[in-house]
Each structure stands twice: as structure tokens, then as C-alpha cells.
Design a protein around this ligand. Structure first.
Ligand code: G6P
Length: 610
């Protein structure tokens, strides 16, 4: 922040708003005043932000109107005060915070060591700040120094910098890591995501790749890497600040679980035209290309990948288009065959996941058309893809995704219906019936959420479980993957998801008396098969909870120990309902075990580094 107000409390508040992303240490640097010889005070603390708040007396102990702050998620070197940002030169001529990874930091570090620089931390960031300083010592001009360093550095970065001799300015530079700039009458703000500054301003500039900016209390100037000034239009953020607050819920995750009916409702509405038909013309999907479409890839990470797994079943079934689903971290490093007429769909809540972004670029390089299903407006993936479908889940704060996952599923359904119609696989009446079914989902989700106490009771009985196996077939398998991920992410109970038919090929050897198996069996044609799997694990001592349709609950009760009935919808849309009890179960299991539900250990909300 740079402006008229005290910087430290603004920095700390901003860091607090981004705490949900996960971090292990934090730090701030604040310039005492704007005299050329004014001190820049740096305070760092390992662990939660609370430690930094205590150390700085909530910012009061570090006065000044200009400063930078950072929370670190360790990539190079352990979490420690020494490795925490800001990093600086010995003479404090440059002070810097960094998100991203400098790939050639070893080489830079060795060269700089030879020319007399000393290094104290294990971070890649320290190489960046000292490299910029070495150029700065030659030209005395920050933008020149930064642009020279940008040419030398390989990797990704969002830098925010203070130069001792430029008391009235902050500088930023960006490549591949998220960075936004906000402005209001009080000053200018730099952040890696909108929630950090939402209570101060809604006027935001997106800075592009390989661009720099100089911020003063009253203005922002943007430059390309050749230091030519470039014009940028500000964007008004529409989110309301409340949606980034807990609103009476104990945790963001529980609030977001309950926001799913709304997220789904809003997302459906955004895809429908006045006649109530799915209409993607806003995304300018080109009709001629769609007619020739021969294959679709879904590429994503984490829960978004699980949406892709469901998408494979749904699109092949409904639109009869061959689909492949791949992890972005795999796709980016192989030579995928992307023949002509292939659409690559990248699914990402944040729109900033490093592997997903790299996969998008790879797909474009190979000549594929790309479509992004993204929640964060203006994010890098949204900007770089050929087409964008936004999910309207609103800001998602809990690290473990819930409402964004549900909105992504919805986007996939809408895509499948539109493609199926386009390719003559669905009549207009059939498509209208499916849209009607989509519109009934939020109400059914609400009904499921009213039954939360039963799941809470079950979760409290299972908190001692050492292992949980999730099994299912078809789309029930796709949902088992997500249920298992939720469980392990936040409760730290070891869990695995298996296609029920695979049990015999290995995992059944792990079943012991008392092992918990959660079977998802909501597909009538596969019900008997899954019941047979339940009998197999029960014969080896497992306790089984079965999720099934209300109409099949009684039958399931003859085999499973516990049954959780789910309202019924079109079989292809059933995952939207099935996932909810699994999210609630993971939440209450984590709560009962005393885990930090919103900020699980070692995890980050936006994984912007590899
Ligand atoms: C992290 C989050 C997950 C998320 C994944 C992909 O691991 O904790 O909840 O599914 O990243 O994130 P994206 O923003 O690309 O959907």
C-alpha cells in the first residue's frame, strides 16, 4: 500500500483476507516516512499471521504510509523467519516480496556471490532482489533495473518492491503469477487476489504478463518490458464484500456448502437466454467449429479434475463426443495428441493454478481451441483461453472447494446439453426437459442440506477411523473421488477412492474389521453390482455407509450398515446431489477431530507454483 493512511494495518488486514490460501510465515516492510534517508522497518514471523500481529502490535509498532507485506508458502527452504519475505539487500536499497518460482536462482546466486553479494536465506527470492539491485547500482533507475532482471529471470513471479531512494513509489512486475492493483482516494494497493483489497476499493487494474507498474499515493503508471508506458482501463469488481465474510457460520467451508444452491442457481441463470434455452453466444463459441468438433479434453487439477472425470461420462453419454480427462500436471509435460477439431477445456476455480495454466498454453501451442471454465473473473486462465464460461459461485475462501466444484459441474452439464442439441443428439424438447431438471437441482440441494444433523451424527461416530474407502461405479465413482479428496484434505483421515469393480484387484486386501467403506450406489442399473461389492467388504469386517436414491434406500438397508437416502434427479445430474453429503461428512469429521477446517495443513487455495 502507498497513500495517506498508515500502511501496516492495511497490509495486515489484506494478508488476513488472503489467509485462507494457506501459508507458513509472514512479513511486512514499512518505510517510516518519505525522507530520502528514512528507515525501512522489516518485521517477520513464522507461523500464523497472529504472530506477526502480536509482534507489530497490530501494525501500530511499524508506522509509515508506504509498505509491502507477504505470506509465504514454502517452496525453497523451510518455513522460518529467515526465509520469510520481504527480502532485501544489505543496504536496504531494494526490498521485495515475491510470489512464484525463480527457476534459475542457483545460477543467479552463484554469479552474484562472485561479485560480492552475500546470501542469508535458502529462497529463490533473495536471488531476485539482489539481481535487481545489481542492475539498479548500474543505472540508478528502478524500472530499468527491473526490466533487465526480468530478461534474466526464468520462472514465474509477481514482485512488489520498495527502492530506498524512491520514497514516494512502489514498483511491481509480473510474469505468470497473479497480481492486481487497486486504487481509491486514499492511495494505491497491490495484491495477489481481489478479497485482499475489497474492503478498500473495487477499482482494480489487471497487470499483464511481463509488465511493470510504478505506484504513487495518487497514480499508477504501467510499462511494458521495454519501459514504454502503456494505458490500462480499470475494472469495477462486482462481488459484495459480505460474500467474503463468514456471515454467522463457524467456518467458510460450512457457509460455502450452504451457498451451493445459490451458486448453482446463479450459474444456470447465466447460461439461459430469455426463452430459457442454454445460450453460450456470450462466450462467442463459434458454431462452425462446434459442428466439426471431434474430441474434447478436460484438463484440470484437484477437485476441478474430478469435475472432468464426471464430464467424461456426461458428455460421451449425452453428446456422443469422445472425451479424455487429464491431470494438468501430466498433460503439460507430455506430447498429447491434439488433432484438429479438438477442444481443450481447462477447469479452474481460481484461474491461476500453475499446472492448469501451463496445460492451457500447451494446448494452444498444439493448435487446439481452448475453453476455460473459471470462477475468478479476469484471472489469467480466463484471459488466455479462446472461450470462457464463468461459474457464478462468488468468492470461495475455504481451501477445500465446495461451491465452486458444484458450479463447475453445472457448467459441464450446460455444455453437454448445448453440444448434444447442436449435434442432433437431443431434440429441443429433450433439452428443455433437462434444463428444467437442472433448475430443480437447487431446491433438492436445499432439502439435502436440511438433513445435515444425521450426517453430523454419523461423522462424530467415525472420527476414530484410520482408513476410509470410497467406492462407486460410473458417475458414482467420479463422486467417490471427490468425497475421498474432501475427507483427506480437511480431516487428515487416510482415504482412497476406487471404482467398485477394482476392489478385488488390490484394495480389498486392506479391509479389516472396523474399516469404514462409503459406497455410492445411486445408479439403478449398477445397484446390484455395488451391493455385491458391499457384501464382499462386509464379509471382511468393514462397516459400510451407503449413499443411494430414496427409492432404493430400503433395499440398500438390507446390505449396508447405514444408509443415506439422496433425492432423485436425472441420472446424469445425480452427482450434483450426491456430492453434498460427502462434503458435509468431511466437514463434520474434520470438526470433530479438531482440525483447522478452512486452512488445512500444507495445502493452499490457489496453487500458483508448480
Ligand atoms: C488446490 C485447492 C483445490 C482445488 C485445486 C485446483 O489444490 O485446494 O480445492 O481443486 O487447487 O484449483 P483451481 O483453482 O484450479 O480450481
Amino acid at each position: 500500500y502507498i497513500g495517506k493512511k498508515q500502511a501496516a494495518p492495511i497490509l495486515l488486514r489484506g494478508l488476513e483476507k488472503l489467509e485462507y490460501r494457506g501459508y507458513d510465515s509472514a512479513g511486512i516492510a514499512v518505510r517510516e516516512n518519505s525522507a530520502p534517508d528514512a528507515k525501512i522497518n522489516i518485521v517477520k514471523a513464522k507461523g500464523r499471521l497472529k504472530a506477526l500481529l502480536e509482534k507489530t502490535d497490530c501494525g501500530r509498532a511499524v508506522p509509515g504510509l508506504c509498505g509491502i507485506g507477504h505470506t509465504r508458502w514454502a517452496t525453497h527452504g523451510e518455513p522460518s523467519e529467515l526465509n520469510a519475505h520481504p527480502h532485501c539487500t544489505d543496504d536496504l536499497s531494494v526490498v521485495l516480496v515475491h510470489n512464484g518460482i525463480i527457476e534459475n536462482y542457483q545460477e543467479i546466486r552463484e554469479k552474484l556471490t562472485k561479485s560480492g553479494y552475500r546470501f542469508y536465506s535458502q529462497t529463490d527470492t533473495e536471488a531476485a532482489v539482489k539481481l535487481i539491485d545489481s542492475y539498479y547500482k548500474q543505472s540508478g533507475e528502478p524500472l530499468t533495473a527491473i526490466s533487465q532482471a526480468m530478461l534474466r529471470i526464468r520462472g514465474s513471479y509477481a514482485f512488489a518492491m520498495m527502492f530506498r531512494d524512491f520514497p514516494d513509489s512502489l514498483f511491481v512486475a509480473r510474469k505468470d503469477s497473479p497480481l492486481i492493483i487497486g486504487q481509491n482516494g486514499d492511495g494505491c494497493y497491490i495484491a495477489s487476489d481481489v478479497p485482499a483489497i475489497l474492503d478498500s476499493t473495487r477499482t482494480v487494474y489487471y497487470i499483464g504478463n511481463l509488465e511493470m507498474a510504478q505506484l504513487t499515493a495518487g497514480a499508477v503508471h504501467f510499462y511494458n518490458i521495454d519501459r514504454e508506458e502503456i494505458e490500462k482501463e480499470p475494472v469495477q469488481i462486482q462481488w459484495d464484500a459480505e460474500s467474503a465474510e463468514k456471515g454467522g457460520y463457524e467456518h467458510f467451508m460450512l457457509k460455502e456448502i450452504h451457498e451451493q444452491p445459490q451458486a448453482v442457481r446463479d450459474t444456470i441463470q447465466s447460461y439461459l437466454n430469455e426463452q430459457g434455452e442454454i445460450d453460450f453466444s456470450a462466450a462467442s463459441l463459434d458454431d462452425a467449429f462446434l459442428k466439426q468438433l471431434e474430441r474434447i479434453y478436460f484438463v484440470a487439477c484437484g477437485s476441478a479434475y474430478h469435475v472432468g472425470v464426471a464430464a467424461q461420462y456426461v458428455l460421451e453419454d449425452l453428446a456422443k463426443i469422445p472425451v479424455r480427462v487429464e491431470l494438468a500436471s501430466e498433460f503439460r509435460y507430455r506430447d498429447p495428441l491434439v488433432p484438429e477439431n479438438t477442444l481443450v477445456v481447462i477447469i479452474s476455480q481460481s484461474g491461476e493454478t500453475a499446472d492448469s495454466l501451463a496445460a492451457l498454453r500447451k494446448a494452444k501451442e498444439q493448435g487446439a481451441k481452448t475453453l476455460a471454465i473459471v470462477n475468478v473473473v479476469g484471472s489469467t486462465i480466463a484471459r488466455e483461453a479462446d472461450y470462457v464460461f464463468y461459474t457464478l459461485a462468488g468468492p470461495e475462501i475455504a481451501v477445500a472447494t465446495t461451491k465452486a466444484y458444484s458450479a463447475q459441474l453445472l457448467a459441464v452439464y450446460a455444455l453437454a446439453i448445448a453440444f448434444a442439441q447442436d449435434r442432433g443428439q437431443l431434440t429441443d424438447d429433450q433439452a428443455a426437459a433437462l434444463v428444467q431438471e437442472l433448475e430443480s437441482l437447487p431446491g433438492k440441494m436445499e432439502r439435502l442440506l436440511e438433513d445435515e444433523e444425521r450426517i453430523q451424527w454419523f461423522a462424530s461416530k467415525q472420527i476414530a477411523a484410520k482408513d476410509i474407502f470410497f467406492i462407486g461405479r460410473g458417475l458414482d465413482y467420479a463422486i467417490s473421488l471427490e468425497g475421498s479428496l474432501k475427507m483427506k484434505e480437511i480431516s487428515y483421515i487416510h482415504s482412497e477412492a476406487y471404482a467398485a469393480g477394482e476392489l478385488k484387484h488390490g484394495p480389498i486386501s486392506l479391509i479389516e474389521p472396523g474399516t469404514l467403506v462409503i459406497a455410492v450406489a445411486t445408479i439403478p442399473s449398477l445397484f446390484d453390482k455395488t451391493m455385491a461389492n458391499i457384501r464382499e467388504v462386509k464379509a471382511r469386517g468393514a462397516k459400510v455407509l451407503c449413499l443411494t436414491l430414496e427409492s432404493m434406500a430400503q433395499e440398500a438397508g438390507k446390505t449396508a450398515d447405514y444408509v443415506l437416502p439422496i433425492p432423485e434427479t436425472h441420472p446424469l445430474l445425480q452427482p450434483s446431489l450426491n456430492v453434498i453429503p460427502l462434503q458435509v461428512l468431511a466437514y463434520y469429521a474434520a470438526l470433530a477431530r479438531g482440525c483447522d477446517v478452512d486452512k488445512p495443513r500444507n495445502l493452499a487455495k490457489s496453487v500458483t507454483v508448480e
